[in-house]
Design a protein around this ligand. Structure first.
Ligand SMILES: NC(=O)c1ccc[n+]([C@@H]2O[C@H](COP(=O)([O-])OP(=O)(O)OC[C@H]3O[C@@H](n4cnc5c(N)ncnc54)[C@H](O)[C@@H]3O)[C@@H](O)[C@H]2O)c1
Length: 367
């Protein structure tokens, strides 16, 4: 059993979630390596030291370059705000480390592409954790197996109330340069699922609104409610995306649906162990959508967790992600990789520009 040293950059929500993932991965999956949480970095010395103790990380530092430089770190896991990702990814790759980076890969496509390019020579992965939930992995599998026939429509929405209160003070999420757009922050997960399940997006039109334009005396340049129409490269498939952070009493409610020539499949995050499925050819007496519980041992990831009927939660997506990465260590290639992260970012940027320019825009136009 070989040790794999992990260094985490950023100790906020995602630093905690990723540490949780590496810690529990060997409890759910038989692995040939032992993940060792060597070091975590952050700018506040006392806070990052406290986080290290809580998350079970051996050491802490206020200098992320130390994480990248350490000989006992094999994987640098980037959990800072989007605008701070690319620099760390590039430095880690230059030091020959494998890189895992939270979504969105960057705050703009040029930086995302540069980061993906820099990491080409090392194992690299983007953190689209939701596709590691059993129900969403099953959603993908069922579409690939033809359960809905040929996809006609894809629909994704993400509704939260995190920006509704105009008195929430300014932080990195309200500044596009650091926090990326709402298309990228929330939409990246949905666009990942669309590209993964349906295929590339060719063209978009979009709109975006910011209702509270200043916070703590500073200008907010991030959309609070953004939506887009999509045409996929498979010319027959159309889609819609809505991402909004001003929806009262909606905490983190996202849903994804496809309608195909033979059926419908729907996922609602509020019921994250379930899918809704309807087959057009089903007998009339069963008309409607039936509830699938993505917990059967034949379903992705399900057998590794609890007995059927117990379900999994958000944390399981990070454990599954860590297990998938560690299982392939030493990896030549992880999936999804940063190049995919850059493709997602390109679609996000196309939406941002389409909204700003009030027109349909081909994703190819984003250079
Ligand atoms: N996959 C998911 O489910 C999920 C959920 C939330 C956030 N995210 C993503 O994870 C990343 C981090 O988000 P989070 O919620 O953990 O954020 P957070 O605010 O909880 O933590 C951010 C970390 O980065 C540091 N940081 C803050 N501002 C910085 C700056 N200007 N420069 C450098 N470092 C800075 C903080 O000190 C902290 O350690 C973002 O890219 C975000 O989009 C993913």
């Amino acid at each position: 059993m070989r040790d794999v040293g992990i260094g985490i950059v950023g100790y906020g929500l995602m630093g905690r979630a990723h540490a949780h993932g590496y810690t529990l991965a060997p409890r759910v999956r038989e692995l040939n390596v032992v993940p060792r949480l060597r070091v975590i970095s952050g700018r506040n010395e006392a806070a990052v030291a406290a986080a290290a103790r809580r998350y079970g990380v051996e050491e802490s530092t206020t200098d992320w370059r130390e994480v990248v430089a350490r000989d006992d770190v094999d994987i640098v896991d980037v959990c800072t705000p989007p605008g701070a990702h690319a620099e760390v990814v590039e430095a880690a790759a230059a030091a020959g480390k494998a890189v895992v980076c939270e979504k969105p890969l960057a705050a703009d496509y040029a930086s995302a592409r540069a980061a993906a390019e820099a990491a080409r020579g090392v194992p690299n992965a983007i953190g689209f954790n939701y596709r590691r939930l059993p129900a969403l992995a099953l959603f993908h599998r069922l579409v690939q197996e033809g359960a809905v026939g040929d996809v006609l429509l894809w629909r994704g929405s993400w509704l939260s109330d995190e920006f509704l209160d105009p008195d929430i003070p300014f932080d990195w999420r309200f500044e596009k340069r650091m926090g990326a757009s709402t298309f990228a922050d929330l939409g990246a997960h949905l666009i990942d699922l669309a590209l993964w399940t349906v295929g590339p997006i060719a063209e978009v039109s979009a709109q975006s609104e910011t209702f509270t334009r200043t916070r703590s005396g500073r200008e907010v340049d991030v959309g609070e409610a953004s939506s887009a129409l999509l045409r996929f490269e498979d010319g027959r498939v159309r889609g819609t995306l809505e991402v909004a952070r001003v929806c009262a009493r909606r905490p983190c409610d996202f849903s994804v649906e496809v309608n195909g020539t033979r059926g419908t499949l729907r996922f609602d995050y509020e019921r994250l162990n379930e899918l809704w499925y309807g087959e057009a050819g089903d007998e009339g007496r069963f008309y409607g959508l039936r509830r699938i519980r993505a917990e059967h041992p034949s379903h992705p990831y399900a057998a590794e967790w609890w007995p059927i009927g117990q379900g999994v939660g958000y944390g399981a997506s990070f454990v599954n992600q860590a297990a998938d990465l560690l299982e392939r260590w030493p990896a030549a290639r992880w999936d999804p990789d940063l190049a995919h992260g850059a493709q997602v970012q390109r679609v996000c940027e196309a939406m941002e520009r389409a909204a700003a320019e009030r027109r349909w825009l081909s994703v190819d136009e984003v250079e």
